[in-house]
Design a protein around this ligand. Sequence first.
Ligand code: TEU
Ligand code: CA
Length: 542
Amino acid sequence: MPPALDGNDWWRRAVFYQLYPRSFQDSNNDGIGDLQGIISRLDYLAGHDDSLGVDAIWLSPTFPSPMKDFGYDVSDYRGVHPDFGDMAAMDRLVAECHRRGLRVLLDWVPNHTSDQHAWFLESRSSRSNPRRDWYIWRDARPDGTLPNNWRSVFGGPAWTFDEASGQYYLHSFLKEQPDLNWRNPEVVEAMHETLRFWLRKGIDGFRIDVMGMILKHPDLADNPLNPRWTPGSSEQKYLWTSNRNYPDVYEAVRGIRAVLDEFPGSMAVGEVFGTAEEIARYYGPPGTLDGLHLAFNFQFIHETGHVFTPWTAEAIQRIVANAEDATPGSALPCWAFGNHDRSRFISRNDHDGRGLERARAAAILLLTLRGVPFIYYGEEIGMADVDIPEARLQDPARFHTPGRDPERTPMQWDGSPTRGFSAAEPWLPYGPAAVNVAAQLHAPDSLLALYRRALRLRRQARALRQGSLRIIPSPGDVFAFERRMEGEPSATVLVNTAVHERNAALDSPGLVLLSSRTAREGERVGRDITLGPLEALVVGHG
Ligand code: TEU
Ligand code: CA
């Protein structure tokens, strides 16, 4: 059993696993996953020889919530939603994780609360309420139109009129998710206290929801028209200049970091969107790195707008090179191939029915790049988007059809009709029975076995876990890089994104330590190497 990572910078060497609590394991047969269910499945993740071998988990929101946005509408930052259990269950979960060397991140949602949060109920109760200014209230413009042209991320205007008090309030997401006013110091202090509440309880850190939107343009200036937009195009009509990655946000980020620094060994990873340079700013300047410990780079999912990134060597190389260039000082990039908001990797890359082969290569890439990888639950067994019948769709945020339910379906533990998830009708339908943990756990050629080998290799080969990265110029369709660390054997990673064989050259001969084509592992290779269709492999040197 691998020991827990030590040191306050444990997160630099960690592999994280995101789990969606509603969909991991149901313990009381109401069809909804819960904390006790997660506890019962921890051995799968860590602590045993045949565990996956991750170092930390991130739980999507577990707080009390009317569940309009499945927990991203928080009505109490210091509690546990009864669907998931209670505070005692959370304490048990944290203790059971720590016993196995697993760290725990909660999902902190600072941009908005639920409209049922006590703060908002007060705020909307009257214009003179002391908490009125905790949210963003504005009059209509003199001509009677909305305060500005901002749109909700989920579609429609970002403003809703409150009849009783005669003003509009801002909501960057659903109207049930009013935006907090981070220019009010009382809000800042109250939100910082919610962090301290959990840190005192022993939580190891946070994933921070929509980090880049908590501070907007001070005058809430209109957003400019998107020059790439034309009527009917898939582009958004307006840019997000005034309300996303607005420069003032970095001051708030530093404030959050200062709170985390009161608790050595804690950390935060921000959900941010933008170019590699925009992402980089969240770490703080190279010399101080006084921003977030990590900021997600989602470019393997989408580089711009809503167009999914294709599985091509050219795109992969651009994304990695940009991140390597932009990530400041000793900071590390942070990679994910999937999450609860986006179509799953296999489904995004399955136009020719070969999504699984690409998923095998992606597992190797994710776990050998320089930086901190996040695995989305089920990715390791090849779960794909599930077709949800119209009548069972749950996600209210249909900014794209059919919403985000397809990538949030229950974890498939076995091939039985209940998938080992719940004896009751699950909150979302299951995927095909053939994709499950039990079938893959002891099958050496399975995707799950490949993930476990990749995780083990990453733990053992320090060059892969902590070394530098150098991109090796390679022929078309091949992305290659070297990982090197002083005094340690180096490794070369090659990814062939073509559906045909490709030849590549190595600087020196070596041994295949890991391959998406399992049978190749252990093969000695010279300086010329032929990669199979869609193959990714790791060659160890010395
Ligand atoms: O998502 C924020 C978010 O803005 C994106 O996922 C969004 O879909 C994209 O920017 C569109 O361009 C977070 C959570 O991950 C999501 O589940 C919540 O619904 C959302 O915040 C609101 O809290
Ligand atoms: Ca349950």
